[in-house]
Ligand binder design. Structure first.
Ligand code: ADP
Length: 249
């Protein structure tokens, strides 16, 4: 197996008394595509926020592409692209201006050329000079993918990117994800859509109450039985978790 691109050990995040992550261990190699499932409040977004340097862990160790999260924040940021609910786009700028801006921030060579190329790739060539405020949710989502990819990151985190997309836009997004899943990049996708997540992934994990209670290669997952397995794991962990809360109370 290739050396891990992402190594997470004993990752803990507390928000005051809330234990959002209770000790996450995770290794992903180049080319891995992990679909991460879990109920609301499980800690999924927190995990992505920590891995993408948007929040600081309480404790634990994260190494991404050989960079340590605690020490090499800037280098590490250059390795990753994040697509989440927030588009991080400027409404009063055009599509091209937005992507050029991010290209400059990341020191991308030939920023205009690269920005145009990516905007074409996400299917927005004819909207290049339109203000982002005139874009539909699906178009903004596609442009935020261009924004996240402008510095050619080796690692991509997607936090519920299908939210608010119509079927056509969701289909386009899956096609884009398939293209990105090129055997080199490492991708973590958070989604509530079990079928979509399973279709794209080579690894499948379930996070409940801050713990990764399930992590298997996709080849070991039976698609027909996964929904049932998911609900079983979530309810078992939920019962164990509420027991723990009762003990603490
Ligand atoms: P998920 O993405 O799985 O829905 P989150 O990572 O958003 O879960 O949240 C995990 C837990 O951490 C929840 O109990 C949530 O209320 C709490 N939490 C998340 N962000 C914050 C924050 N900034 N301040 C306080 N609590 C937070």
């Amino acid at each position: 197996m290739a050396a891990p691109l992402i190594q997470v050990a004993g990752l803990i995040k507390n928000y005051g008394y809330i234990k959002a992550l209770r000790g996450i261990d995770l290794e992903l190699a180049p080319g891995d595509f992990l679909s991460l499932f879990g109920p609301n409040g499980a800690g999924k977004s927190t995990l992505i926020r920590l891995l993408s340097t948007q929040a600081k862990p309480t404790s634990g160790r994260v190494e991404i592409a050989g960079y340590n999260l605690a020490e090499d924040t800037l280098e590490l940021r250059h390795q990753i692209g994040v697509i989440s609910h927030a588009s991080y786009l400027y409404n009063s700028l055009t599509a091209l201006e937005n992507i050029k801006l991010y290209a400059s921030l990341y020191g991308v060579e030939k920023p205009e050329r690269q920005a145009r190329k990516l905007i074409e790739q996400v299917g927005l060539a004819d909207r290049m000079h339109h203000l982002v405020r005139t874009f539909s949710r699906g178009m903004q989502q596609r442009l935020s993918i261009a924004r996240a990819l402008i510095h050619q990151p080796r690692i991509i985190f997607l936090d519920e990117p299908y939210t608010g997309l119509d079927q056509h836009a969701a289909h386009l997004l899956s096609e884009l994800l398939n293209q990105l899943n090129d055997g080199e990049r490492t991708i973590i996708l958070i989604t509530h859509n079990l079928n979509r997540g399973l279709a794209l992934a080579n690894q499948v994990a379930i996070l409940v109450q801050g713990r990764l209670i399930y992590h298997q290669p996709r080849t070991d997952v039976n698609e027909a039985e996964f929904e049932q397995l998911y609900f079983q794991h979530v309810s078992q962990a939920g019962q164990a978790g509420s027991g723990l809360i009762n003990q603490l109370a």
